[in-house]
Write a protein that binds this ligand. Structure first.
Ligand code: BDP
Length: 710
């Protein structure tokens, strides 16, 4: 009987442990703790700070260490051997140990982690509480992901971008535009009275990867967000995020003075409008003294803007910038604009913004999507980067997988971000990568920032797909330092989130690293883009024609397949979008034989029988690319099937099911695109390409069911 009871207790314990692991802990998962690994096991945490300014950092450190080493160490105030010592740099002890010049260079967010031999302790220090907190998270991460040896512990970390910000496309009714992880985490109807525990968790996990700002609401902004009622709610969120160094920003609707304020118009020329913004901004700062500023989508996709009044983007941005300036607030003005009448959507942001270079106030940044069209699986970088020499540009990356299979497909975006950030713009000769021209090291502008459109929702695991968490993680790590190796980041994430088993980690990281290329291959290889259904952006609809829809929303506008070939001619004989790049990129992209094949059909309309570098014809190469995409997903499925011993039951099964969906849909993509393009190429599929399982007529009739994704 006793044995039976014990067995029952053990089973219940096991069950409750399993039940806990559902991905809700993100990269603080209980499943991947392995205290055997660590060479450095501190006996105490020492805090030299009588005023209690680094209490949050020391609590996080204690919590993290006790969790990792399964101990219950405590805080002391005097440095003793084998401790981790936290201190602000103003402390005179620190200034004796570390060169004050080095400390000055840390700025407000940088930190030092150093083994101090004479104290036999690890010191974590920085100029501010937040810097010490970042140092704590870095230290904990190192313990869990690399073999830390005290003797070579001498880390200096200074973030490259000053503003590292998430953009939530969350609506006030709780829905999330292009969100695939459930409803919005902001529960507006309960605020300001009720504070969801998720806000605290959100603050902590973001701080752990260095994020220091968040825009709470959708760029297609509801003017109500600026009402006094909503500002109280915003303030309640700001209070929770503040201790973790996260500032709150809002997307604003340019017509707010008219819609919310009842003015006749929202023109930048109208004195009453200027006054309205000043008053509104004052109201905000009276409530939230460290409010970050505004994000604006103007004169784009039906949103109001300064051009409605014969003014420019600069007039509009400066209107808001002037109101924010006295409080240190900033404007992030989006360059995502396009006009249905233009002949090439890829040219338009540049055409509207480049002539305005130099006209924006110092506290304005222009937020530019990574590619010239719209978050496609692959695009060349936007030519605005490197072109606007006296305006601070801020990259906008998409973390939510709007065009990459939503939260159903395993796609690690680290490789996409890296490809973009390391693209050479040649703005200042060779080596002027997007990262360098935006982080400010070339132009030395005082502002710099990078934004990621969040993939966060109320789902238990926050992101819909367990692996989508890695995209949030890698965005934060690259915002801190865009030169970090994304394979290392994938390794880090896997060890903290899924497993510590070396072989399993290697296998998982390999799949992650190949996953984006696989997706490009089964969706839009060789520079193809926007083949998705025009409204849902999910499955393949390269044939899509909708009466009354804007042509530049339809796939046929982008692929231009005909009996001669396929691709958008953006060369000098076509729309000449190539001219917006700097030399030598212009001629490299312009010439079909020097254009990198991954961008071939982005820049050229190429004959079906054109000979590719492999010696294959374009048609055969295209077919084999689609097949490679499918094969890679199959490989990832095989890999995952061997992971069962290393991953907890629930997450193993959930990822297994998602990969099964991904494989089915990779085949769907391949069949749909190849069968449709075959009606133009009139050629058979080459050897090595699997026989289609779908029929074109049936695919064309099938209406994609969006409900499946909510
Ligand atoms: C497109 C999205 C749309 C967004 C828009 C934007 O489809 O939902 O509102 O971008 O960035 O990718 O403003």
């Amino acid at each position: 009987m006793k044995n039976f009871q014990l067995l029952l207790i053990a089973l219940i314990f096991q069950f409750s442990l399993q039940a806990q692991i559902d991905g809700s802990d993100l990269w603080f998962s209980e499943s991947s703790l392995n205290s055997q690994n660590y060479l450095l096991k501190p006996k105490s945490v020492v805090v030299s700070d009588a005023e209690g300014r680094i209490t949050l950092a020391s609590n996080e450190l204690l919590h993290g260490l006790n969790r990792l080493f399964k101990t219950s160490i405590k805080t002391k105030h005097k440095v003793s051997k084998e401790s981790v010592w936290l201190s602000l740099s103003v402390n005179s002890d620190i200034r004796e140990l570390i060169d004050p010049k080095e400390l000055d260079e840390l700025g407000s967010d940088g930190f030092i982690i150093k083994y101090i031999d004479e104290k036999k302790s690890v010191l974590i220090t920085g100029n501010t509480e937040i810097a010490v907190l970042y140092g704590v998270f870095h230290y904990l991460r190192s313990l869990q992901t690399i073999q830390v040896n005290k003797d070579d512990l001498n880390i200096i970390e200074i973030p490259k971008y000053k503003i590292r910000i998430l953009n939530h496309w969350d609506n006030l009714d709780g829905s999330v535009e292009r969100g695939y992880a459930g409803r919005s985490i902001w529960r507006w109807n309960e605020l300001p009275e009720k504070i969801s525990p998720r806000y605290h968790e959100y603050a902590k996990v973001n701080a752990s990867i260095g994020i220091n700002g968040t825009v709470l609401n959708n760029v297609n902004a509801n003017p109500q967000i600026l009402s006094t009622e909503y500002l109280q709610k915003v303030n309640a969120i700001a209070k929770v995020l503040r201790p973790y160094g996260i500032k709150v920003y809002l997307s604003v609707n340019f017509a707010s003075p008219a819609v919310l304020g009842g003015l006749e118009n929202a023109s930048p020329k109208n004195e009453q409008v200027k006054e309205w913004w000043k008053e509104k901004v004052k109201e905000i700062y009276d409530l939230i003294p460290d409010f970050g500023g505004f994000l604006v989508k103007a004169n784009s996709e039906g949103q109001p803007g300064p051009m409605d009044y014969g003014c420019t983007h600069a007039d509009g941005a400066n209107l808001l910038a002037d109101a924010l300036q006295p409080y240190g607030g900033i404007v992030m003005w989006r360059a995502f604009v396009y006009n249905p009448k233009g002949n090439d959507r890829a040219r338009q942001a540049y055409e509207e913004f480049y002539p305005l270079d130099g006209q924006f106030r110092q506290n304005v940044m222009i937020q530019v999507k990574n590619g010239p069209v719209d978050f496609q699986p692959r695009e060349p970088f936007s030519p605005l980067f490197g072109a606007m020499k006296t305006t601070q540009l801020m990259p906008e990356l998409q973390i939510t997988q709007e065009y990459l299979g939503f939260s159903d497909h395993l796609v690690y975006l680290g490789t996409l971000y890296q490809e973009f950030l390391q693209s050479d713009t040649y703005a200042d000769g060779e080596g002027a990568t997007v990262a360098r021209v935006t982080e400010g090291s070339i132009s030395n502008d005082h502002l710099s920032g990078i934004a990621g459109v969040a993939n966060i929702g109320l789902d238990n695991n926050w992101c819909g797909h367990h692996f989508a968490q890695a995209n949030w993680y890698v965005f934060g790590r690259l915002a801190w330092n865009p030169d970090l190796d994304v394979e290392m980041i994938a390794d880090e994430w896997t060890r903290q989130t899924l497993t510590q088993d070396d072989k399993a980690v290697d296998a998982i990281v390999k799949v992650m690293m190949n996953s984006r290329e696989a997706t490009v291959n089964y969706m839009t290889p060789l520079g193809l883009h926007h083949l998705m259904g025009w409204d849902h952006h999910y499955g393949p609809e390269p044939w899509c024609e909708i009466e009354g829809a804007r042509p530049d929303w339809l796939p046929t506008y982008y692929h231009k397949a005909d009996s001669l070939g396929i691709g958008f001619n953006r060369s000098s004989s076509g729309s000449n979008a190539v001219e917006q790049y700097q030399a030598p990129l212009i001629s490299m992209f312009d010439n079909v034989s020097t254009c990198p094949e991954k961008y071939l059909l982005w820049f050229h309309h190429v004959p079906w029988n054109y000979q590719m570098k492999s010696g294959l014809t374009l048609w055969n190469q295209l077919c084999l690319k689609y097949q490679q995409g499918v094969d890679e997903v199959r490989r990832s499925q095989e890999m995952w099937n061997t992971m069962e011993p290393f991953i907890d039951e629930k997450r193993f099964a959930e990822v297994e099911q998602k990969i099964a969906i991904q494989l089915k849909e990779a085949i769907w993509w391949k069949d749909a695109c190849l069968l449709y393009f075959q009606t133009f190429s009139n050629q058979p599929f080459p050897k090595g390409v699997e026989k289609p399982i779908y029929k074109l007529d049936e695919l064309k009739k099938q209406k994609f069911n969006l409900k499946h994704h909510n």
